[in-house]
Design a protein around this ligand. Structure first.
Ligand SMILES: [Zn+2]
Length: 277
């Protein structure tokens, strides 16, 4: 059975976070390891690190990943933003090391008119520096919806970034169901579902797929809008999620909700997902 869970706030501390996750039967959790809307955050205190380890050990959660800041843009030409983004993502990898979390997910970024090839090269260049900075952990490239000048909305973009990175063994992919659908990949019927994952396997390789973000989509296929919806309430519909959950290739994968709303909404959506298994 896949590890199911959701994105949680850590504003009330790690112990509380694990307690809440347990209360709605999560076995996977995603967190921001700091304030995701600020460039600078103070380091984790020893007490926080201890709380994390204690909470993790005593909970039923089996997998935790960090989601990087929304401010990042590793695809930009702007040197200042590029450097700040590198420092910020390196810092998350450092926090991952302190907490013994393996994976940090981020959105590849926006080329802002420089072209996709430029953006792809830039991200790979940044990852090389980040892996030099911190010798621990993996970076997961998240599939994007293709809004604005973002890269990562074609499987080929992710393949090309990985191919250009020196430490390829430390780069994986996070498949966001809303984003990929918005980027034009269909998974609503068995045939289109198989085709999409055949494409993923041929272009990137399923071995690189490490995490799912399970979100329904407020908009119809291919519109390149990044707007998450509750499970079964959007254009993807229940069947898309059932196909993923029942896919034996993903039976050990972590899958986390990033739907809008609060813990009650997570609980309801998780119940829907568990009922499919
Ligand atoms: Zn996502």
């Amino acid at each position: 059975m896949p590890y199911l869970g959701a994105h949680f706030s850590i504003s009330d501390g790690f112990l509380k976070m694990f307690e809440t996750a347990d209360s709605i039967k999560c076995s996977a959790v995603q967190i921001f390891a700091k304030n995701q809307r600020r460039w600078e955050s103070k380091s984790l205190a020893k007490g926080e690190i201890d709380d994390f380890k204690k909470g993790f050990r005593s909970s039923n959660v089996k997998y935790v990943n960090i989601h990087a800041s929304y401010l990042l843009n590793l695809a930009t030409k702007d040197e200042e933003i590029f450097q700040k983004s590198i420092n910020n993502l390196s810092d998350d990898l450092k926090r991952a090391e302190e907490l013994k979390i393996e994976d940090v997910v981020f959105h590849p970024g926006n080329h802002l008119g420089e072209g996709e090839e430029f953006g792809i090269r830039r991200v790979a260049q940044a990852l090389d520096i980040i892996f030099e900075n911190v010798g621990y952990g993996n970076i997961l490239l998240e599939t994007t919806a293709g809004q604005g000048s973002s890269i990562g909305y074609r499987f080929e973009h992710l393949r090309d970034i990985i191919a250009k990175v020196k430490k390829q063994e430390r780069v994986f992919v996070c498949y966001d169901t809303c984003h990929t659908f918005e980027a034009g990949y269909d998974i609503r019927e068995k045939d289109s579902y198989e085709k999409t994952f055949e494409d993923f396997d041929r272009i990137i390789g399923l071995k690189k797929l490490k995490l799912f973000h399970l979100n329904d989509s407020k908009f119809d296929k291919g519109l390149k809008k990044d707007r998450h919806e509750f499970i079964g309430k959007g254009f993807l519909g229940l069947k898309s999620f059932e196909l993923i959950l029942k896919d034996r290739r993903f039976k050990k994968h972590p899958m986390v909700l990033e739907v809008p709303g609060n813990v009650k909404d997570y609980e309801r959506d998780l119940k829907i997902l568990y009922s499919m298994l």
